[in-house]
Write a protein that binds this ligand. Structure first.
Ligand SMILES: [Zn+2]
Length: 384
């Protein structure tokens, strides 16, 4: 870990922030609909469908309250605030602002909530805010009045400087931008921890004519903070793993990382456990977001750990990319209780993905909840 710090200096914008710039030549028609920018190497790869023991989040599904954890799932605290007797807060596994309501009861403390707000606010309130609005996904807090959205406009298509201007939602050229990532560093041999973001998935959500009519030919609607984005993925995937196996059902690896404040702390090693699948994937029909736990082992390595890989596809119905997050591992005692990980997927040591054993015809309802029935609530997990 210590060695990585020199390769990933804090606040180095070349490593931490990404911006996609759109250039238009006068006289041409801007492309409409999904515009997917990916690397050439991904072009010939097959489409990939989820199924198996997937956790499916449907748009507008009713809130699903899974069970009370009784402990903060990030730090283990049993009180919301050490100074009060308030109960632990419920935790939205996938943020409500992404149109999903999957809830763990009594699962987070005040300190962790404040820490999570730092990166979640950046991703939901900045990177994805225009996209959420265009898709009509709103969180609890609604702002009054006309909202304005920034875009960065370059002076010339070749220049690197420009200025921020604000536009109304109707005029704003809103783009959903998500990073496309290679598999987590753990799956490289030898493991690596340098940047594995290879390109960006960009989906145009409205028409550009208003921006073009103002004379903007070169602009960037959003900036991706890769550090916050990886924390955001880690937080969701950790929550999904707790929902599927219980807090005692696996050994978490990412809780410290989720709790870190990367405004001030050195950000290191985010790519060891967090990455993705750079292949173009088929859109799902009805499922908005989808996740799938995978048991991941390395038969050729001395590391015999049974890692728990959570595959997460936010905005799967829009064809968005897939993320792979190693949320933890199972001890031999823990794995003896796990019955649902029969869709084993192995990464080969040269980091290529093994053929997918997943088949759309064999969807199963599991997993849901920890194996100990006494720690489970009564609510049926209807959203799974
Ligand atoms: Zn906590």
């Amino acid at each position: 870990m210590a060695e990585d710090k020199k390769f990933l200096p804090m606040s180095d914008p070349r490593n931490r922030h990404f911006r996609v710039v759109f250039n238009y030549t006068p006289g041409t028609t801007p492309q409409q609909g999904p515009v997917i920018l990916q690397t050439d190497q991904a072009d010939n790869l097959p489409a990939f469908d989820f199924s198996g023991s997937a956790i499916r989040l449907l748009p507008d599904a009713p809130a699903t309250r899974l069970f009370d954890v009784g402990q903060c799932i990030y730090c283990g605290a049993t009180k919301y605030d050490p100074l009060s007797d308030a109960p632990l807060s419920e935790e939205h596994v996938v943020p409500e602002a992404l149109g999903a309501r999957l809830i763990l009861g009594r699962a987070s403390c005040k300190d962790c909530q404040e820490r999570i707000t730092i990166f979640e606010g950046n991703i939901l309130g900045s990177l994805l805010r225009p996209a959420r609005r265009q898709l009509n996904m709103r969180g609890k807090k609604r702002r009054r009045g006309v909202e304005e959205y920034p875009i960065y406009v370059f002076e010339e298509s070749t220049s690197t400087s420009g200025e921020y201007v604000k536009m109304s939602l109707a005029d704003h050229p809103s783009i959903m931008m998500l990073p496309v990532m290679e598999p987590p560093g753990l799956y490289h041999n030898p493991p690596k921890s340098t940047s594995n973001i290879v390109s960006a998935f960009c989906m145009v959500l409205n028409d550009y004519s208003k921006a073009l009519s103002k004379g903007f030919r070169s602009f960037s609607p959003c900036v991706l903070d890769t550090v916050y984005f990886c924390q955001f993925l880690a937080k969701i995937c950790h929550g999904l793993a707790v929902a599927a196996y219980g807090l005692d059902g696996f050994v978490p690896l990412l809780t410290e990382y989720i709790r870190a404040d990367f405004r001030t702390e050195l950000w290191t090693d985010r790519h060891r456990f967090i990455g993705g699948d750079p292949r173009k994937l088929a859109s799902t029909r009805d499922v908005l977001h989808i996740a799938e736990p995978i048991l991941s082992v390395f038969p050729d390595r001395s590391d015999k750990r049974s890692y728990l890989l959570m595959r997460l596809r936010l905005f799967a119905s829009y064809g968005a990319p897939l993320y792979d997050v190693v949320v933890g591992y199972f001890t031999p005692e823990q794995i003896a209780k796990v019955q649902v990980l029969d869709t084993t997927l192995l990464y080969t040591p040269d980091k290529t993905l093994a053929p997918s054993p997943l088949d759309g015809a064999t969807a199963r309802p599991l997993p849901s909840g920890p194996t100990d029935p006494s720690s489970r609530g009564d609510a049926a997990p209807t959203g799974l």
